[in-house]
Design a protein around this ligand. Structure first.
Ligand SMILES: Cc1cc2nc3c(=O)[nH]c(=O)nc-3n(C[C@H](O)[C@H](O)[C@H](O)COP(=O)(O)OP(=O)(O)OC[C@H]3O[C@@H](n4cnc5c(N)ncnc54)[C@H](O)[C@@H]3O)c2cc1C
Length: 325
């Protein structure tokens, strides 16, 4: 019996959120007195998969079927279920990402497993019960959830756990086949057309995000957001009212009704910090808020706050970032 960790890869690389998930899974394995095996999905290289040893993974299974390069829910679910069966895994850990959330629910039906999403801590053995803490009510609260049943699936929220890094440790990479058929690819997307992204950085995966709200006054001032984003190598985002009035495209709107982001750095410029906005950004590692109103609610969620006018602060901040190189 081993803990099975689902590792998402893109362009040959393991995604950062999956390094966290691998670290989480190997710590769960330690708690249960077993080892952690990963099943890799997406486009991966053997060398990068072997490096998952640094996050405590012992073995990595990889199916090189070319159609698995892009996300196909049915095929990914069957692949992961087959790996769980081969490894007799009672605990399956995945990222609380778009892929993880979609596969997690399908997998729970297929394997008759209990599922907890948005998990933020390692599980506890609470009086013999397997208990996990998860974010609830758009991140405003936490819930302790008891998972029963033989199999459990945990979808781990990004930035909830530090990725382990034991330099030089490698995992054994094994080829794996789930014997997928054409029927498993019935829901494969025919074509994926990427929306135009500022600086070529994809918003949901971005490591840094510079975001603007109504305090930016109009689309003609967005060069201030874009200049800072370019200097930082960040993606740009906005609040809902900004995209509602077409100052920015809808795919940049973050929050409860928009995209959820979990970057290492989120800079909010002229955004009040309404609960619906926070719901999409509150798993960011470091939040910086620039707002001229010291009472703006966003300051309560900020790691760093600048009380000031965005038109004064942003050019200076961009200049300072450029000088730092
Ligand atoms: C069902 C529902 C779902 C929603 N979903 C979302 C969602 O997904 N995402 C989202 O963002 N919102 C969402 N909203 C809207 C949300 O409630 C807020 O109205 C919205 O987030 C406010 O956007 P804002 O902060 O840009 O604008 P405002 O609330 O108008 O705030 C502007 C801020 O800019 C500051 N400011 C003004 N001028 C300057 C200046 N020169 N320098 C510095 N600061 C300045 C002000 O002090 C103020 O704090 C939703 C609402 C509902 C009811």
């Amino acid at each position: 019996m081993s803990v099975l960790v689902v590792v998402e890869c893109d362009g040959g690389e393991v995604k950062k959120s999956s390094l966290e998930v691998a670290s989480y899974g190997s710590q769960v394995a330690q708690l249960l007195g077993t080892t952690a095996t990963a099943i890799a999905v997406g486009e991966a290289t053997e060398a990068n998969l072997a490096q998952l040893g640094e996050q405590g993974i012992t073995k990595v299974l990889y199916d090189a079927e070319p159609r698995l390069k892009d996300f196909v829910n049915g095929a990914y679910t069957k692949l992961i279920a087959a790996a769980a069966q081969q490894e007799d895994s009672k605990v399956i850990v995945l990222a609380n990402s778009n892929i993880g959330a979609a596969v997690g629910s399908r997998l729970s039906v297929r394997l008759q497993a209990s599922l907890a999403t948005n998990v933020v801590e390692l599980p506890k053995n609470d009086g013999g019960q397997f208990t996990v803490k998860r974010g609830a009510f758009s991140g405003k609260a936490f819930a302790d959830v008891v998972l029963s049943g033989d199999r459990k699936i945990l979808a781990v929220k990004k930035n909830s756990i530090e990725a382990l890094h034991e330099a030089g440790k490698t995992a054994q990479v094994e080829s794996f086949s789930a014997q997928l058929t054409d029927a498993d690819f019935a829901d494969a997307p025919k074509q994926v057309v990427m929306q135009e992204q500022t600086g070529g950085v994809l918003l949901p995966e971005a490591d840094k995000v510079v975001s603007g709200g109504r305090g930016m006054k109009g689309p003609e001032n967005w060069n201030l957001i874009e200049d800072l984003a370019k200097a930082l190598g960040a993606a740009t985002a906005c609040s809902k009212p900004v995209s509602d009035v077409d100052w920015r495209p809808h795919h940049e709107h973050v929050g409860q009704t928009g995209i959820t982001v979990s970057p290492n750095l989120y800079i909010a410029c002229g955004i009040s910090g309404a609960i619906q906005h926070l719901a999409g950004v509150n798993s960011s590692k470091v939040i910086v808020v620039i707002n001229k109103d010291p009472e703006a609610p966003f300051f309560k969620a900020a790691d760093y706050g600048i009380v000031g006018d965005v038109f004064d602060v942003l050019p200076k901040l961009t200049q300072a970032v450029k000088e730092l190189g």
